[in-house]
Design a protein around this ligand. Structure first.
Ligand code: SF4
Length: 277
């Protein structure tokens, strides 16, 4: 199946509403050092298109629950560099819009603005991930992704086009990234989703090589193990997210977290922004 249930592992910390997940591509060329798809996708940073995507999709759309949102994407970015020439995600978005399916785009790329002509009339919302406003740090953490300023500008253009937008401040790396600075740049968004960094073994290895000074202070703080991932202790996660939640409240922006249940919107992920068809 190309369209799958989101979170098939049923992580006990995940607070997302039931939704589908669709990845037009296998792997992702943004190559974020903290990414964990390398734990379950072979050659994960070599991005390639899903074969027969549109044919399979048309067949599967006839069988799925059309009241459920389709989230793009969760094990890759729907706008990798390859999308500029392949236009695979654009074709998917055109199909969803034509067939009136509800969908949620989650991306780190300003390329999503290319599709404003379709998105503005579709039952959709767009989340753009911005982890830091520090360009140098962003390049070290997310070497293949567009710089943060371009993502801010993309959010602005989407919002001005009448498309519901949220910013994902995810992952927050305590003592390293400054989530409030991100919020200051995008006070116009409809929703903020935030999450603290979780560490899986291969991400730890990559981060040790790419940002050793960060890992030297960070690693000892990661004492809570759930499955094969390490998390900050609950009180540290709450403390980190509480101050961002307060800043969102002061800006009248709804707020959601991935695991801690600090949700002032009706969804953690911003999918509540999607307009009824
Ligand atoms: S954009 Fe997402 S899927 Fe792609 S490398 Fe970064 S964290 Fe992984």
């Amino acid at each position: 199946m190309i369209i799958r249930e989101f979170d098939p592992w049923k992580s006990r910390l995940c607070t997302c509403p039931p939704k589908y997940s669709l990845n037009p591509y296998t792997g992702c060329d943004h190559r974020c050092v903290y990414c964990y798809i390398t734990g379950y996708i072979t050659n994960a940073f070599h991005c390639r298109p899903k074969s027969d995507l549109l044919t399979s999709l048309k067949r599967e759309l006839k069988k799925i629950d059309s009241h459920k949102i389709i989230s793009m994407a969760n094990s890759s970015d729907p706008y990798p560099q390859l999308e500029r020439k392949m236009e695979l995600t654009r074709k998917v978005v055109l199909l969803f819009a034509r067939e009136n399916f509800m969908f949620h785009i989650v991306t780190k790329s300003d390329l999503v603005t290319r599709d404003i002509d379709v998105l503005k009339d579709a039952a959709c919302a767009v989340a753009i991930t911005i982890t830091t406003m520090d360009e140098v740090l962003a390049r070290r953490l997310e070497p293949g992704a567009p710089p943060p300023e371009k993502r801010v500008e993309a959010l602005r253009r989407l919002k001005e086009s009448g498309i519901p937008v949220s910013v994902r401040i995810d992952p927050i790396i305590p003592g390293v990234t400054a989530p409030e600075e991100v919020l200051q740049q995008v006070p116009f968004v409809d929703h903020v989703t935030a999450s603290t960094l979780k560490l899986r073994p291969d991400a730890i290895r990559r981060m040790m090589a790419a940002v050793p000074e960060v890992m030297a202070t960070l690693k000892p703080l990661y004492t809570e193990r759930i499955g094969n991932a390490l998390y900050l202790p609950e009180r540290v996660r709450f403390h980190t997210l509480n101050s961002l939640e307060k800043a969102c409240r002061e800006n009248n922006v709804s707020f959601g977290t991935c695991r801690e249940g600090l949700n002032s919107g009706s969804s953690c992920d911003g999918s509540h922004l999607i307009r009824d068809r």
